[in-house]
Design a binder for this molecule. Structure first.
Ligand SMILES: Cc1cc2nc3c(=O)[nH]c(=O)nc-3n(C[C@H](O)[C@H](O)[C@H](O)COP(=O)(O)O)c2cc1C
Length: 189
């Protein structure tokens, strides 16, 4: 069982990417975690249906990597009350070709961090909606991480045991739900 972690932030010191790095330790036994290179979002052209006949290598890589995962955990920042444009763009690319896209029936969960008091709640709600429309199975609850800049020690470890526990539960739910739809051979891996 492989879960791909996707951060919606390209920033080198991103709190959302740090959150995903910290969540690797919270993964259930037997679950392999891979962190999708955030630059992979930055390399994508803006979605253009005219490119579908011969998509660029960056799009091929995104579709291949997202399709290969049994489940995906997204961590999204909030920009102006919603999902960062780069993440929405990646979802658009991964939602095509329709019905056989990387996101079709993919089991996904959404968490998010911001430096404010609301923990990217609007962005998480929007991302859940967008992923659902794109054909993914969105599972679990939102996990708003508020005041993200105060959550990590100098080594990037989470200071908050309760938050670590919530990440563990999110990953447990994601892995259990992915087993429902993952191909039988993936379940045996
Ligand atoms: C363009 C821009 C818009 C932002 N809008 C919001 C917002 O609407 N709500 C919020 O809570 N934080 C907002 N922020 C603050 C981000 O939550 C904060 O920069 C966060 O750390 C970004 O995530 P990252 O650390 O993973 O890059 C905004 C930041 C930027 C740069």
């Amino acid at each position: 069982m492989k879960i791909l972690f996707v951060s919606g932030s390209l920033r080198a010191d991103s709190h959302n990417t740090s959150l995903l790095r910290a969540a690797i330790e919270a993964a259930p036994e037997g679950v392999e975690i891979e962190l999708f290179d955030p630059a992979g979002l930055g390399d994508l052209p803006i979605y253009d249906q005219d490119l579908e006949d011969d998509v660029p290598e960056s799009v091929r890589r995104l579709r291949r990597d997202w399709a290969a995962a049994d489940a995906i955990l997204f961590a999204t920042p909030e920009y102006n009350g919603s999902v960062p444009g780069g993440l929405k763009n990646a979802v658009d690319w991964a939602s095509r070709p329709e019905f056989e896209a990387a996101l079709t029936n993919k089991t996904v969960a959404v968490i998010g961090a911001s430096i404010g008091q609301f923990g990217a709640m609007w962005a998480q709600a929007d991302l859940r909606k967008i992923l659902g429309v794109a054909g993914a199975r969105v599972v679990g609850d939102e996990l708003p991480v508020t005041r993200a800049h105060e959550r990590f020690d100098h080594d990037g470890r989470l200071l908050d045991a309760e938050l670590f526990e919530r990440l563990r539960l999110t990953l447990e739910t994601l892995a259990a739900e992915a087993l429902v739809t993952a191909p039988a051979e993936a379940a045996l891996r």
